[in-house]
Design a protein around this ligand. Structure first.
Ligand code: NAP
Ligand code: GDD
Length: 341
């Protein structure tokens, strides 16, 4: 199939999948992506690629498939013949995993197993990246968390990610796969899904600023997260697969902040007092919580040469600016709300 590097991404239409696709296309890869059939468009995050003047979209190939459907995975692997596979597809919402534990396990853990088995059956040398998560550390009070910290999952999502983590290590040990787990701490961007807390806050605060919304309902404000900027985390994924040996890596900023602090920063940035707009809603609480995540990314820094470049204030600026533009468009379309320069 020629000398062009080829990658396959599951979850290409998600936040991380879209940034990773852009990164790989910019490096000259042919990029194949798995998308689920949906009754509405679910590839909006890939729109920027189609607007790229260098026409990199000519090297982008989307295939219908699903992590719950092995035959589709096998078919796509046969067509794409990738040298690198990035498994980012997931039911990735922690709260939702309490409502749909069985489905979450099917996609996240068995889905990973299906993909590993499908790769094994091709008999080809494939480098494999698994989107593991800091959520696996759960309520283990040890901080900062590194690659040796014990997993103590606190949600069906985390338990499923642990199984996928172990499958990935197992295929490395048993079959000599070049398989890596990226244990990524929370990372955000203007492409973050709107039901995750950072984006929920930036989206609501900017709409409140323009008079398009009055209240924001949230759950636990005391939880602490290590929030980084998503495009930088996509770079770490790629770096893992370019090393001589496979390994597992924590990717994090090393700083932690509460949801309340994030809220304060966003509202302050917009000249608003969050206490006037935010209300508690117990529906956003979880049956079990992860109180604090703070990562130690020393291994990634030393071996991959990776380091975060965007701090929390920078992340807030990027997200607020993007959501302000979105809110302005909404305001213009509706012809309502406050006029803010
Ligand atoms: P995301 O925005 O929720 O994207 C997940 C992608 O997976 C979406 O494109 C989704 O498709 C797809 N998907 C869902 N179910 C699928 C299925 N059954 N078969 C195939 N694809 C399916 O998540 P993200 O933030 O980009 O995260 C990427 C990966 O990293 C996920 O595995 C997540 O669990 C993991 N992770 C994320 C973070 C973080 O902070 N963002 C941290 C650690 C690990 P639809 O668009 O059709 O729903
Ligand atoms: N989503 C949400 N909505 N979270 C809220 C809300 C709310 O209204 N109010 C408070 N929170 C709290 C949650 O209880 C949690 O402690 C924290 O905000 C962060 O929640 P999310 O943004 O939903 O992210 P997460 O940490 O649960 O999971 C994300 O990060 C993981 C990595 O640690 C997801 O991206 C996972 O897929 C990822 O693996």
């Amino acid at each position: 199939m020629g000398s062009q590097r080829r990658a396959l991404i599951t979850g290409i239409g998600g936040q991380d999948g879209s940034y990773l696709a852009e990164l790989l296309l910019s490096k000259g890869y042919a990029v194949h992506g798995v998308v689920r059939r949906s009754s509405t468009f679910n590839t909006e995050r890939l729109d920027a690629i189609y607007q790229d003047p260098h026409e990199t979209h000519r090297r982008l190939f989307l295939h219908y498939g699903d992590l719950t459907d092995s035959s589709s995975l096998r078919r796509i692997l046969t067509i794409a013949e990738p040298q690198e596979v990035y498994n980012l597809g997931a039911q990735s919402h922690v709260r939702v995993s309490f409502d749909q534990p069985e489905y979450t396990a099917d996609v996240v853990s068995v889905g990973t197993l299906r993909l590993l088995e499908a790769i094994r059956d091709t008999g080809r040398q494939v480098r494999f990246y698994q989107a593991s998560s800091s959520e696996m550390f759960g309520d283990n009070p040890e901080v900062p968390q590194n690659e040796d910290t014990r997993f103590q999952p606190s949600s069906p999502y985390a338990a499923a990610k642990c199984a996928a983590f172990w499958y990935t290590q197992l295929y490395r040990k048993a079959y000599g796969f070049f398989a890596c787990n990226g244990i990524l701490f929370n990372h955000e961007s203007p492409r973050r899904g709107e039901t995750f807390v950072t984006r929920k806050i930036t989206r609501a605060a900017t709409r409140i600023k323009l008079g398009l919304q009055e209240k924001l309902y949230l759950g636990n404000l005391d939880a602490s997260r290590d929030w980084g900027y998503a495009p930088e985390y996509a770079e770490a994924m790629w770096l893992m697969l370019q090393q001589e040996k496979p390994n597992d890596y924590v990717v994090a900023t090393g700083e932690t902040h509460t949801v309340r602090e994030f809220l304060e920063l966003v509202f302050q940035h917009l000249g608003l007092d969050w206490r006037k707009h935010v209300e508690f809603d117990k529906r956003y609480l979880r049956p079990a919580e992860v109180p604090m995540l703070k990562g130690d990314a020393s291994r990634a820094r030393k071996i991959l040469g990776w380091r975060p470049r965007t701090d929390l204030a920078g992340l807030v600026r990027i997200m607020v600016q993007a959501d302000m533009e979105l809110a302005r468009k909404e305001q213009a379309a509706k012809g309502v709300g406050n006029q803010v320069p």
